[in-house]
Design a protein around this ligand. Structure first.
Ligand code: NAD
Ligand code: GLY
Length: 539
């Protein structure tokens, strides 16, 4: 309140050549009543409801600068919409400055009290944590000059005005783990992201239930992390057995899964055992499926050690194995009890695997958060360089996006299908070439290029946006030219997909960048994409 949102917002919109919208003005124009009158007649709760509806509508628009009321952050829905759909600038002002600026303003119903200073102090205490939670950047308004403030905001945006830098708070708090929640009622679970969690007995004790643990890992991860993790489990008061599986996507099979059951039974593990997946997405998916079916279900915890698993596969409860005829065709929805992502494990991850994980990060931006997509474009060199702050931000934002989608549609009745952007083509590449030939993330990267091409052919995506997808996938070190499987084989492979209904292939397309739709497509457009994408596009 009184921080200058309207004045600064208007000036910023002018500089960015965008339209300026004020949510308070929008509420007044929709209701035909002034804000003080709405407060007087309906009270604050009802006003916040109206405000949340308006913010939901306005944040769905593109190309605007939006000034919200100062209390908008009190509503969780508004916080989510602001954070996910836009780049949020927090204009921070001290109580003295606000008092000075608002002293003669009768249009501020919350300050019509005997002691406005005390009221402001209370409000500031209540709202500050929410501003911090929602803001991508913070600008102190202590300087009197509006143009200075605008310039300060602009310098924090990239030249296109679309990408946020890593929020300042991320740089400072790299040591402290980030906590998120996958909100699924009584099956909700925490995600903890941070460096050194594998060695942190307190975190391990808090996140892993039960006293008997079976660690499922593989022959690549075990020599790197098993001994250390075992020691931490011991320090946390747990006894642990380990089950070391062969490595690789080609091992995500029924036979390998059976080895988990064999070991559990040989160890006489009962229903109290907690399975812990220590590894990438292959180990996570198989361990989750083993947990879903061992003795009809035992608890499990994900300890992801690849970027792909930290940004995607460890969250959301999809578990399973491949079949020779189709990727991930056998499995169950089964949520973990917790996700513990130690970002230090990425230090040993080979570059090719890092790139594979970036495919899923790009996916999250492309389907739902155009500002995050812009951030990924701008920060790709840092991500490839394993800059800790950039990687942590990419993991955090990806987990937030995925957790929110899973919260709304756990079993993929509708919305969750958008997380399969690029996967219809990608899964066909993986099973068509033979599992393990291309990495999952590589197939998804190329699949996104193909899905963007198809979106463009159907008029859903601009050519420039299509090219941005290709460019960012390429910049991540992922393939952008598809294998030439032959159109008939491509279609045969894509017909084996869990999303399909009545023999029709479903695609996730962008409409536009930052928004995804699930749809069938005309055969000619699909053939044109298959033909175009097996050849390098002219530069
Ligand atoms: P992966 O599990 O095969 O791991 C990649 C490679 O990195 C393996 O060789 C692994 O042993 C090795 N590795 C793991 N951690 C390491 C570390 N810290 N240092 C060095 N090497 C390390 O592959 P992935 O990319 O993690 O996962 C791909 C799998 O995830 C696919 O089977 C895919 O279907 C699945 N997936 C599942 C979901 C889901 O929602 N359940 C989502 C996306 C992908
Ligand atoms: N990786 C797709 C999903 O979890 O739904």
């Amino acid at each position: 309140m009184g921080s200058g949102k309207t004045t600064v917002g208007r000036a910023l919109a002018k500089r960015l050549n965008l339209r300026f919208v004020d949510s308070d003005a929008e509420i007044e124009s929709r209701t035909g009543a002034s804000i003080p009158l709405i407060f007087e007649i309906e009270g604050e709760a009802s006003f916040r409801q109206r405000e949340a509806d308006v913010i939901a509508d306005l944040t769905a628009r593109r190309g605007i600068v939006l000034a919200t009321g100062g209390g908008a952050v009190l509503d969780p829905r508004s916080r989510r919409h602001l954070r996910e759909r836009g780049t949020v600038v927090y204009l921070r002002a001290g109580v003295d400055a606000i008092l000075q600026r608002t002293s003669h303003d009768r249009n501020r119903p919350l300050l019509q009290t005997a002691d406005p200073r005390q009221r402001l102090e209370e409000m500031s205490k209540q709202r500050e944590p929410f501003y911090r939670e929602v803001a991508h950047m913070t600008v102190d308004t202590g300087r009197p000059n509006v143009q200075w403030l605008v310039q300060s905001i602009l310098s924090q945006l990239d030249s296109a005005g679309s990408a946020q830098p890593v929020p300042a708070s991320m740089n400072k708090s790299q040591q402290a783990p980030i906590s998120l929640t996958v909100d699924l009622g009584d099956r909700s679970y925490p995600i903890s992201i941070g460096p050194g969690l594998l060695d942190d007995a307190d975190s391990v004790r808090a996140m892993i239930p039960g006293s008997h643990v079976a660690i499922v890992t593989n022959t690549v991860v075990a020599p790197l992390y098993l001994e250390r993790f075992n020691a931490t489990l011991k320090a946390a008061g747990k006894t642990a057995h380990s089950i070391v599986l062969p490595d690789g996507e080609e091992e995500k099979t029924w036979q390998t899964l059976m080895r988990v059951f064999d070991a559990l039974l040989e160890q006489k593990s009962d229903r109290k055992v907690t399975l812990v997946a220590l590894g990438g997405g292959v180990i996570g998916d198989m361990t989750g499926f083993a947990a879903a079916s061992y003795m009809r279900g035992v608890p499990f915890v994900q300890v992801p050690t690849t970027l792909l698993a930290q940004v995607d596969s460890s969250v959301g409860g999809k578990t399973g194995i491949n079949h020779a005829l189709g990727k991930n065709m056998i499995g169950a929805f089964y949520q973990p009890q917790a996700v513990l992502a130690d970002t230090n494990t990425l230090n040993t991850l080979p570059a090719r695997e890092l790139s594979a994980g970036l495919a899923e990060v790009i996916k999250h931006g492309a389907i739902i958060d155009a500002a995050f997509f812009g951030w990924i474009e701008a920060n790709m060199p840092k991500l490839l360089d394993k800059d800790p702050a950039a990687l942590t931000w990419a993991i955090r934002r990806s987990c937030e996006i995925k957790a929110d989608i899973v919260r709304q549609d756990e079993r993929e009745g509708g919305l969750r299908a958008i997380l399969n952007f690029g996967h219809t083509f990608g899964h066909a590449i993986e099973s068509g070439l033979g599992y393990g030939e291309w990495l999952h993330g590589e197939a998804v990267g190329c699949g996104m290029v193909m899905a963007a091409d198809l979106s463009w052919r159907l008029g859903n995506l601009d050519e420039a946006e299509r090219d941005r997808i290709t460019a960012v996938v390429k910049a991540a070190g992922l393939p952008v030219v598809a294998p030439d499987l032959g159109a008939a084989r491509w279609i045969e492979l894509m017909q084996v997909d869990k999303k399909n209904e009545g023999g029709l292939i479903k695609f996730i397309l962008l409409k536009p960048l930052g928004r995804a739709v699930v749809t069938t497509v005309p055969a000619e457009a699909l053939r044109a994409t298959l033909e175009a994408c097996v050849r390098p596009r002219p530069e």
